[in-house]
Design a protein around this ligand. Structure first.
Ligand SMILES: NC(=O)c1ccc[n+]([C@@H]2O[C@H](COP(=O)([O-])OP(=O)(O)OC[C@H]3O[C@@H](n4cnc5c(N)ncnc54)[C@H](OP(=O)(O)O)[C@@H]3O)[C@@H](O)[C@H]2O)c1
Length: 328
């Protein structure tokens, strides 16, 4: 799992991203926020999305203060709510008439500290799978044609899915995706991440088969914690106790700022290709390198089943044919 490649990529000096636009889900804190900082710092226009207006406004203010001249706009988007996803996607499509392109989507929002008891969304889906996987499945479908139109400009737009190293800790075959036959908080998290990774890999295979020039990549951040992360007003303000507790994990953990390195590389490094898996060099921490996904999430049969179950649960299909036409 540990790659031998020496890191030749400097995450603190990204290639110029001027003129490019990226959308980030869950961008008001954690990895999503720091990914936004890194992209905006390289000159990209960032659409910072989140489900809560005040948290989004705080992150927007922080980003503008920390990255002078940043080009950033906010977008209300609750990935556990299909109506919110469709409204946000429509607004991105509308806004693009002015900006004209969408170069990448970072499908980052997620519940990390999962509820102890099974909870449902308003439309009756199990909350963790709905937030971490189903919402992004719908969002990517909604934005696929827009991404494909950007491909007509000679670039390959990307979608990057947030996987997790936890997918290697045991076999979590998603046979009961909504955990109707037995819910446990840890299982809900790991299974949702197996599903996310399977979706990211399957999406790429289907995009290629349909001749859609959009790449799908999976990246994981290792183990990234708030108490090892710089204080950013309104974004990351851990208590003294949390700082002390998290310091004990220093040998295996990294900051959320560094955790964002692999997803950002997956979004912008020209050498990254669709269907790949990226993460920190020392598994839980380090510079971003190419890795191998867990056998379960890369199993073609698991991927197919997961894809079809997501289609069934969300009642949505990806518009591959339309996207292929839009790219021409
Ligand atoms: N940190 C790690 O070590 C680690 C390891 C493996 C994978 N990951 C993955 O990386 C991603 C980000 O993790 P993180 O550590 O940055 O977590 P985090 O600090 O808890 O941030 C999660 C983000 O997702 C947002 N979010 C949650 N539910 C949402 C919803 N329904 N709609 C829109 N946004 C929502 C949160 O918004 P609110 O502020 O409104 O809650 C927040 O912006 C997750 O997908 C996670 O599974 C993290």
């Amino acid at each position: 799992m540990i790659a031998r490649e020496r890191p030749s990529w400097d995450p603190t000096r990204l290639p110029d991203q001027s003129g490019r636009t990226f959308l980030i889900t869950g961008g008001n804190k954690g990895l999503g926020y720091f990914a936004a900082e890194q992209l905006a710092g390289a000159g990209a226009h960032v659409i910072l999305s989140g489900r809560h207006p005040n948290r989004l406004a705080a992150a927007h203010d922080a980003l503008e203060a920390r990255v002078p001249g940043a080009s950033v706009e906010t977008l209300l988007l609750d990935v556990a709510n299909p109506g919110s996803i469709r409204a946000a996607a429509a607004s991105v499509r509308g806004g693009l008439f002015q900006r004209g392109r969408l170069d990448g989507v970072l499908l980052n929002a997620g519940i990390v500290h999962t509820p102890r008891r099974r909870e449902l969304t308003r439309d009756g889906r199990e909350l963790v799978i709905a937030t971490n996987a189903l919402g992004h499945f719908v969002l990517a479908a909604e934005l696929l044609v827009t991404l494909a139109k950007t491909a007509a400009r000679g670039v390959t737009p990307r979608m990057v899915w947030l996987g997790s190293v936890s997918t290697r800790l045991g076999v979590y075959e998603p046979t009961d995706m909504q955990l109707e036959r037995g819910y446990a908080a840890w299982r809900a998290y790991v299974q949702s991440k197996v599903v996310v990774q399977a979706l990211g890999l399957e999406a790429d295979a289907r995009l290629r088969a349909a001749d859609v020039p959009v790449a799908s990549v999976v990246a994981h951040p290792g183990y990234a914690i708030g108490g090892r992360t710089p204080t950013v007003h309104g974004v990351n303000q851990p208590s003294r106790g949390k700082r002390l507790r998290d310091a004990l994990q220093a040998p295996i953990a990294q900051s959320k700022e560094r955790g964002a390195w692999a997803p950002v590389r997956a979004l912008v490094d020209p050498r990254v290709e669709g269907g790949q898996y990226w993460g920190p060099r020392f598994v839980t921490r380090g510079a971003p390198v190419r890795q191998t996904p867990s056998p379960t999430s890369s199993d073609p049969e698991v991927r197919r089943r997961v894809w079809e179950e997501c289609e069934r649960l969300t009642r949505s299909e990806w518009p591959f044919a339309r996207a292929a036409r839009a790219a021409r």
